[in-house]
Design a protein around this ligand. Structure first.
Ligand SMILES: [Zn+2]
Ligand SMILES: [Zn+2]
Ligand SMILES: [Zn+2]
Length: 371
């Protein structure tokens, strides 16, 4: 490729300096300096339709104080093992009843990945027993449940009436004597025997194959081990401000605890409140029946979410707002509104309501009735 092709064609003249300003590189803002806080509030205000333009420049900042909220997340991976009695139809074959059943925790199960949730069921070796079926007393057949052993059931075609009705159109004449078709009902006898048909469940003999033993007359009982891998998450947000916890939980902060261990018993100190909560959550996560469950893995993450509380005055009224998290998100309840936009929307709403009222009134007064 020649050099002339690679170079973009030069503009015939330079654009006037005023029309183009390169975007300024983003300077990291620190919410605890008043100027930066004003700029953060300005940016926030620009993002909302009803928010007061350049609110950061219009408010009178009285006090700016730093604080923090904490999010605590504890995740625990458990393995539960329980044994319960189970039963299947038995149609012959080997029966595993000669060994001593092992301890449920000795049975090998495919190991889960971290925090994987899965359920496995398996027969405990040595626990199989064959016995006569308790539902059919070994006969393999039971009274038909559809007909209660009667061998007959209500005819679905005629609903048990023995008669079916049919609607047909026949040529006739209307009130003016013009030819037209008129509906007529015809009744005739149903193909069933007086409203009853042979029961489809037992083909008329009143008996059905026993579903518990599948007709074999025998069942096999055994102990079934159920293994459940479960992940449980406990979370807590420690916050003394009116900033909604749910919203705070979506922000990121600085990690102050980040642990991953087979079992977490202690964590480093943060603040007395956080430490107490962590201790409490760990105790809850450890409260399990050791015979039925065990802990495979735990992770504990505590994040410090920086908060800057700003007391300000606007239009003679004292209010508060908060700048939160690394994202420097603003929470400003009862912040001043952009009055023109509120008036505009209220007027538009009133106009729409008036238009609806006129239409409804017109409808009832018959303005739009067709001639
Ligand atoms: Zn019938
Ligand atoms: Zn039947
Ligand atoms: Zn049976």
């Amino acid at each position: 490729m020649s050099e002339a092709q690679q170079q973009p064609p030069r503009a015939a003249f330079d654009p006037p300096a005023s029309s183009f300003t390169p975007p300024a590189p983003e300077r990291p803002l620190v919410a605890d300096s008043e100027n930066d806080a004003r700029e953060i509030v300005n940016r926030w205000a620009a993002k909302g339709f009803f928010r007061l333009r350049n609110m950061g420049d219009k408010i009178f900042v009285q006090q700016l104080s730093k604080g923090a909220a904490y999010t605590i997340r504890l995740q625990t991976h458990y393995e539960h093992r329980t044994v319960q009695q189970a039963e299947t139809p038995y149609a012959g074959g080997p029966v595993d009843d000669r060994r001593r059943p092992p301890d449920p925790w000795q049975l090998p199960v495919r190991q889960p990945t971290e925090f994987e949730q899965r359920v496995e069921r398996m027969t405990v070796p040595g626990t199989e027993r064959v016995q006569m079926c308790g539902s059919c007393a070994g006969g393999g057949r039971v009274t038909c449940s559809q007909c209660n052993g009667q061998g007959q059931s209500t005819c679905p075609r005629c609903g048990g009436r023995g008669i079916v009705e049919q609607h047909v159109m026949e040529p006739g004449r209307d009130v003016n004597g013009n030819p037209t078709s008129v509906p007529r009902r015809i009744q005739h006898r149903c193909s069933c025997a007086g409203g009853l048909v042979r029961c489809p469940g037992c083909l008329g003999n009143g008996m059905q194959t026993c579903s518990r033993c599948n007709g074999s007359g025998k069942t096999k009982s055994f102990e079934q081990l159920i293994v459940r891998f479960q992940a449980a998450t406990q979370g807590e947000i420690l916050d003394v401000t009116p900033v909604p916890d749910k919203w705070l939980g979506t922000l990121t902060g600085d990690p102050v605890i980040d642990l991953k261990e087979p079992r977490i018993d202690t964590a480093q100190a943060v603040t007395p409140d956080v430490d107490a909560k962590v201790k409490d959550l760990l105790a809850q996560s450890h409260a399990i029946d050791a015979g039925e469950a065990r802990i495979l893995l735990q992770t504990l993450r505590v994040e410090r979410i920086p908060l800057v509380e700003i007391d300000y005055k606007y239009a003679g009224e004292e209010r508060k707002l908060w700048i939160c998290g690394q994202q420097q998100e603003v929470y400003a309840p009862k912040s001043p509104w952009r009055r023109q936009r509120v008036v505009m929307v209220a007027l538009a709403g009133a106009l729409v309501l008036a238009a609806i009222a006129v239409t409804v009134a017109g409808f009832f007064l018959g303005w739009f009735a067709a001639g």
